[in-house]
Design a protein around this ligand. Structure first.
Ligand SMILES: [Zn+2]
Length: 73
């Protein structure tokens, strides 16, 4: 099962199978937080929606300092 991770620094979304540590492919940030988005939900989103989702989640994570898991709206 693929999980979706997000980099709060550069808003990069990364799909990866669930494992302990996922790094950002762009900036190399370690231990990216997991989003609650499922692979199915992600696959049905347009690029525009993905960017919007990433922007909102990254902002929330930065604001709250959430490291373990991003929150839904
Ligand atoms: Zn990054």
């Amino acid at each position: 099962m693929m999980k979706l991770y997000i980099c709060p620094d550069c808003q990069e979304l990364r799909l990866a199978s669930r494992r302990a540590e996922v790094a950002c492919p762009r900036c190399g940030k370690q231990k990216l937080p997991l989003t609650r988005l499922t692979f199915l939900e992600y696959s049905e989103m347009s690029d525009e929606k993905r960017q919007e989702y990433a922007r909102i989640q990254a902002k929330k994570i930065k604001k709250k300092g959430v490291r373990e898991e991003a929150e839904d709206d």
